[in-house]
Design a protein around this ligand. Structure first.
Ligand code: MG
Length: 163
């Protein structure tokens, strides 16, 4: 792999929201009357983070590594998918440095759950809390986020060489 002092990766994901589905964000179950429609556990935030990690090393995307046509990944825990991505990084000699992510969701309100999500992600990525930034915004009532039809997440990660 090209010798660079660091690598940067960008991730994006979207899931449809529907009644009767569960909502798990950043590995944290969120009380909600709507949840994500997905083959896995539908953790849109962790999926964006996985794509950012894979993207930083040009290793493709989450759909290539964990296809939603594969029964093995039905209801898959996205924390486990994240751990698999981190293991790939490790094999290539890299580790995450810091993460900045944004959730776009009309409801429920994210603020009461933000700290739990940050702790969950920090633990999974083995990073201190001040290296995990999570922001949230609504869709201001417009577009699919604003109508409450879906949830989006974006993530940027910086990778550093191991050791
Ligand atoms: Mg996804």
């Amino acid at each position: 792999m090209t010798a660079l002092p660091f690598r940067i990766g960008l991730g994006y994901d979207v899931h449809r929201l529907a009644r009767g589905e569960s909502l798990i964000l950043g590995g944290v179950p969120i009380p909600s009357d709507v949840g994500t429609v997905a083959h896995s556990d539908g953790d849109v935030l962790l999926h964006a983070i996985c794509d950012a990690l894979l993207g930083a090393l040009a290793l493709g995307d989450i759909g290539e590594h964990f296809p939603d046509t594969d029964e093995q990944y039905r209801g898959a825990s996205s924390i486990e998918l994240l751990r698999s991505c981190l293991a790939m990084l490790d094999e290539h000699g890299w580790r995450p440095g810091n993460l900045d992510a944004t959730l776009m969701l009309e409801r429920p309100k994210i603020l009461p759950h933000k700290d739990a999500m940050r702790r969950s992600i920090a633990e999974a990525m083995d990073l201190p809390l001040d290296c995990i930034s999570l922001k949230a915004t609504t869709g201001e009532g417009i577009g699919f986020v604003g109508r409450g039809s879906g949830v989006e997440a974006q993530a940027v990660v910086l990778l550093l060489p191991k050791g």
